[in-house]
Design a protein around this ligand. Sequence first.
Ligand code: NAP
Length: 238
Amino acid sequence: MNLKNKTIIVTGASDGIGREIALRLAKDGVNVLLLSRDEKNLKLVQSEIEKIGSKSSYYVCDLKSLEDIKKTVEKISEKYKKIEGLINNAGIWQKKDNLENISDEEIINVLQTNLTGLVLLTKHVMPLLLLADEAILINISSRSGYFADNGQSVYAASKFGVRGFTEVLQKDLKETNIRVGGVYQGGTNTKLFEKAGEDWTKEKYNGFIPTHELAEVVVFMASRPKNVWLSEVRVESK
Ligand SMILES: NC(=O)c1ccc[n+]([C@@H]2O[C@H](COP(=O)([O-])OP(=O)(O)OC[C@H]3O[C@@H](n4cnc5c(N)ncnc54)[C@H](OP(=O)(O)O)[C@@H]3O)[C@@H](O)[C@H]2O)c1
């Protein structure tokens, strides 16, 4: 899709990978709709996009809340008759442990953010995507959506869930204007792990994928011409 002047929603755009994707899309002239919970950080990303000379709007939305999702999509549809893309990127990590040691709250939090919220937002945005001539839906899962690693039962459940959701939508939407892709990346250089309480030293991040490199991959996927599509991309650091 030629990205110039298209309107694309990026979730989790206030930090990490989502922020980089938003900035990279803005460079290609996309009107980026930034979504996350933290208004202060969203405003910062918006001002960075302004400096690039592109347009954006931000929406404070907690993906754990169906009410927030509905209100956000309502606001978006008041302004836009169609949307050309949704990049479902927002997510949280679960600190590695055996299931019996993971609190009920954390289990609910991870599954609601990474899976239920993603599915609900996609459902509610779908009518706007279907109205575009051409649209993309890219779900950022994880390497943990592909391979089972010790201590990651809940995170893997959410990310394998995103993979299943993505693969079914690829079939269900085959005859429509929407092209669906999944991204399954390994460790990427963000604060995802610290936010989940992981006490990692800087050295642990050596060899992680730089966020701007991952954003490049996602924008490359989104910008493929009509007759070419990367339905599934696995990204590993060297
Ligand atoms: N970093 C890695 O190594 C890695 C590897 C594989 C997959 N991933 C996946 O990549 C995605 C992005 O992660 P990241 O590494 O960029 O993490 P990050 O830097 O912590 O960013 C996560 C983003 O998600 C948003 N978010 C979290 N909970 C939310 C909620 N309830 N509602 C709305 N937004 C929410 C955060 O914004 P607010 O706090 O403002 O809400 C933030 O913008 C996630 O899905 C993650 O699972 C990451």
